[in-house]
Design a protein around this ligand. Structure first.
Ligand SMILES: [Zn+2]
Length: 443
């Protein structure tokens, strides 16, 4: 233990000087001392967060609530969420005898690696946010991810599950210690599934059609299966009111919080964080207060100006239609006259893929809304985007300019508000184009 901790801290320090990421120290230490994680003495509360979307945001929010309430939180804030990154976080926060210094350990865990990480230790609380289509070239279908993640769920954990996700709800089968969270019907709910594909149409247990009482977004809503009885659990924590016009929500009928970004997916993340924090011993009113108006460092939204025009970068994830749909929903809901630039240049930062079928899962049709003026399509995959937009019937609105610099230059002349929609994978290239064209350096 002594050598493992020393070595991890040393490699981390050297790695920082060289600008290396946070997974390498854990990777080396786990090679030399494969059993070291199991021997660490962890605090009484160990919270893990997994799921397709919202992990990083949920973890950042939980850390904020706990810290605001005087707890010392050890968490993988750099987002390295595979086993090696978790090892780095824990060992670098340990004493030389292997006691992790902190009141709470909080870990974002990749859905595919959770079963490897939690082979070494069992989280006391395990939050699962949702399972959506995400990076299908790497992850396959979300029902396949369900099977893999199910291996990470241990009897010793209290599961904190999104009751509104039919696939996530399956983790409660055979697991008594489950706490549910859910969003009530809101003015934005619909009676049936909307959008281009319906992952929630069939019961993940028996494959018969599911019935929804209401849908909040994507496949999230109150559901039940008439055939096998699979259904949303009875929530202990709820969002009982949502007012996106006034950026306000209410937890459990009593505790209001202001939204720093109004999107329903963001409300679900806040609810997950609120639930986990309450179960970790924070008073509900204090958890809601801490979340109120909280602006995340890892935020998916970036506001700035381009040639004097208000502009916003909405980070969406390539290969993840739910995240794109959230951005489109924000643009359409804003109702402001605007232009939109969509960039797909590198599909992933981590691996090469030229697979673009996910473009057909995104509701680009909604950009036909009258407040949306021009749509500029750019990046290496601009022709794939063009075909998708032609099939969406948006030929009147689009211009296709492959080079990001030329696209930004042409885009910023419309005199309307500007929305940039792209992925983390393309943020650096887009930022470079915006800087070179406008001198704006806030992106
Ligand atoms: Zn069923």
């Amino acid at each position: 233990m002594f050598f493992a901790v020393i070595l991890c801290k040393l490699i981390r320090a050297v790695g920082r000087l060289l600008g290396r990421g946070s997974s390498l120290p854990g990777q080396i230490v786990l090679k030399l001392f494969p059993g070291v994680l199991a021997k660490l003495r962890l605090p009484d509360t160990v919270i893990a967060v997994s799921g397709s979307n919202g992990k990083t945001s949920t973890v950042e929010m939980i850390a904020h609530i706990l810290t605001e309430n005087g707890k010392t939180v050890i968490w993988n804030r750099e987002g390295s969420n595979q086993t090696e990154g978790v090892a780095t976080t824990l060992l670098c926060s340990s004493t030389l005898s292997g006691r992790v210094k902190g009141d709470v350990v909080l870990l974002e865990s990749d859905e595919r690696y959770a079963r490897l990480t939690f082979r070494h230790f069992t989280p006391t609380h395990f939050v699962i946010t949702n399972l959506y289509r995400d990076q299908m070239t790497r992850n396959g279908h979300n029902e396949w991810i369900y099977d893999i993640l199910a291996d990470a769920v241990k009897d010793g954990s209290c599961l904190i599950l999104n009751a509104d996700d039919p696939l996530v709800a399956g983790f409660a089968r055979g697991h008594d210690n489950t706490v549910w969270y859910a969003m009530d019907r809101t003015p934005y709910s619909t009676d049936t599934l909307q959008g281009r594909y319906h992952d929630g149409a069939f019961c993940p247990v028996c494959k018969h059609p599911l019935t929804y009482d209401y849908v909040n977004y994507a496949s999230a809503g109150r559901f039940h299966c008439d055939h096998c009885g699979h259904a949303s659990g009875e929530p202990r924590f709820r969002v009982t009111e949502v007012d996106l016009e006034h950026d306000r929500i209410v937890f459990d009928g009593s505790w209001p919080a202001a939204l720093s970004f109004n999107g329903l997916y963001n409300v679900y993340n806040m609810l997950a964080a609120y639930s986990a924090a309450c179960l970790a011993g924070i008073e509900p009113s204090r958890a809601a207060d801490a979340l109120s108006g909280f602006v995340m460092k890892n935020g998916r939204v970036n506001s700035f100006t381009v040639n004097g025009l208000p502009a916003m970068l909405l980070i969406s994830k390539h290969e993840n239609s739910v995240s794109y749909n959230s951005s489109i929903d924000y643009i359409v809901r804003s109702g402001e006259p605007c232009d939109v630039l969509v960039m797909v240049n590198a599909i992933s930062r981590k691996y090469y893929t030229g697979e673009t079928s996910w473009l057909y899962d995104i509701d680009f049709e909604r950009l036909a809304a009258p407040n949306v003026g021009r749509v500029v399509l750019c990046g290496k995959y601009c022709r794939d985007l063009e075909l998708r937009f032609l099939l969406a019937g948006l030929q009147e609105k689009i211009s296709v300019i492959e080079d990001p610099d030329a696209a930004v230059a042409a885009f910023s002349k419309g005199g309307r508000r500007l929305f940039f929609v792209t992925c983390f994978a393309d943020k650096a290239r887009l930022g470079q184009a915006i800087r070179s064209v406008t001198g704006e350096d806030k992106i």
